[in-house]
Design a protein around this ligand. Structure first.
Ligand SMILES: Cc1cc2nc3c(=O)[nH]c(=O)nc-3n(C[C@H](O)[C@H](O)[C@H](O)COP(=O)(O)OP(=O)(O)OC[C@H]3O[C@@H](n4cnc5c(N)ncnc54)[C@H](O)[C@@H]3O)c2cc1C
Length: 338
């Protein structure tokens, strides 16, 4: 029997919610494999120095069997330790798939794990589909303008990192809990007598964006705003709506145009306002993951083929740098009110 293995995302000893998204994707793979007459089982692995309680919890939440991988002395994530211990436990399990989250942890250890297992490694997966007798995996490429479909060599295991926010989490409270077993693996350091990587400290995110979370309307700026000075239009535009806040795509934050607390997306805030107005945002899967639950989405983009248009209720094909000034002029003149 083949195993679909889920590596739980563990932070501060706790299993993170994204693990339930991985569990849902594992279930999807199992169903697709069953249709192809391949029988498989799902197994979640929880690496931690004290995994018993969290392993039990995720087994109850998902109904899936769980191995608590007890790694004495593992106080925080360390790639060297993960690779050593996961490799040893996974080798005994006949995996067809190993799933990890496309987070800083998963992106760090997944390729090395694949190398050790002589498996294919596919990162940033946003869709899993059947194609004939095979499963194929999609990921965004070329700055999210294209989707690439990958068919790995058959009969070899595949290590996947899955984009958070793309797969709907497995529903909680199944009829019965999965089984839990605990396996201990002691990390044996390298020849110099100690691990090469040591955990020092975790730097906290600058802040949580309470303003974004509570806003009824979010006016979000993207790279289409062209330069930092033009964000002034976005703030004025947002003022036209009551209970509003300004959001931004990640490149604007990376370029230092606006603070991280404004970032919407998989590595920023996840929001669900009544109205989301996207200004010059293309619609990458990473951005969509943060705003796809908005009740009404309005997109303003000069490119009629912008991917966000297919997720929008109202699509305005305009130059944003002409649209907002014209809109503000009209509202100032009292000809329109939002
Ligand atoms: C691990 C990882 C995590 C990430 N996390 C996030 C995240 O949390 N949030 C996020 O947003 N991104 C995230 N990204 C980045 C993401 O992949 C995209 O690069 C980003 O979302 C693109 O931002 P954008 O839409 O502003 O820019 P672009 O993709 O460059 O799009 C700009 C858009 O503006 C339009 N435009 C240009 N000029 C005008 C104009 N004058 N008027 C109107 N429209 C115009 C263009 O047609 C285009 O559609 C992440 C990437 C990775 C790899």
């Amino acid at each position: 029997m083949k195993q679909i293995l889920v590596i739980a995302e563990v932070f501060n000893g706790r299993v993170k919610p994204v693990t339930r998204e991985l569990a849902a994707a594992a279930l999807d793979i199992k169903i697709k494999q069953n249709l192809q007459q391949i029988s498989s089982d799902i197994h979640i692995i929880v690496p931690s120095d004290d995994p018993a309680a969290e392993a039990k919890k995720i087994a109850e939440q998902t109904g899936m069997d769980v191995t608590g991988l007890k790694i004495p002395g593992l106080k925080a994530y360390a790639s060297e330790v993960y690779l050593y211990c996961l490799d040893r436990v996974i080798r005994t399990m006949n995996p067809s798939h190993v799933l990890a989250a496309h987070t800083s942890q998963g992106r760090d250890f997944a390729p090395g794990l694949a190398l050790g297992l002589n498996a294919a490694s596919i990162s940033g997966v946003n869709c899993i589909q059947s194609h004939g007798d095979d499963l194929v995996y999609s990921r965004s490429v070329f700055d999210n303008t294209q989707n690439m479909v990958i068919r790995p060599t058959p009969d070899k295991p595949v290590v996947l990192t899955l984009l958070p926010g793309v797969f709907k989490p497995a529903p909680e409270k199944p009829e019965k809990s999965g089984r839990v077993d605990i396996q201990e693996i002691v990390f044996t350091p390298g020849s110099r007598g100690k691990g090469r990587i040591r955990h020092r400290r975790i730097l906290k995110k600058p802040c949580e964006n309470q303003a974004l979370k509570g806003a009824k309307t979010i006016v979000a700026a993207g790279r289409g705003m062209k330069k930092k000075e033009n964000l002034e239009f976005i703030f004025k535009f947002a003022e036209c709506f009551s209970s509003s806040a300004v959001g931004a795509s990640r490149p604007l934050v990376d370029m230092g145009w606006i603070g991280y607390e404004h970032q919407v997306g998989v590595t920023g805030a996840v929001v669900a306002p009544e109205l989301y107005i996207a200004c010059g945002i293309s619609g990458s899967s990473q951005h969509l993951a943060g705003m796809k639950d908005a009740k009404l989405v309005v997109s303003i983009n000069k490119n009629p083929a912008a991917p966000l248009f297919s997720h929008s209720d109202l699509c305005i094909t305009e130059d944003i740098l002409e649209f907002i000034p014209a809109f503000l002029k009209k509202t100032e003149a009292g000809e329109s009110s939002a």
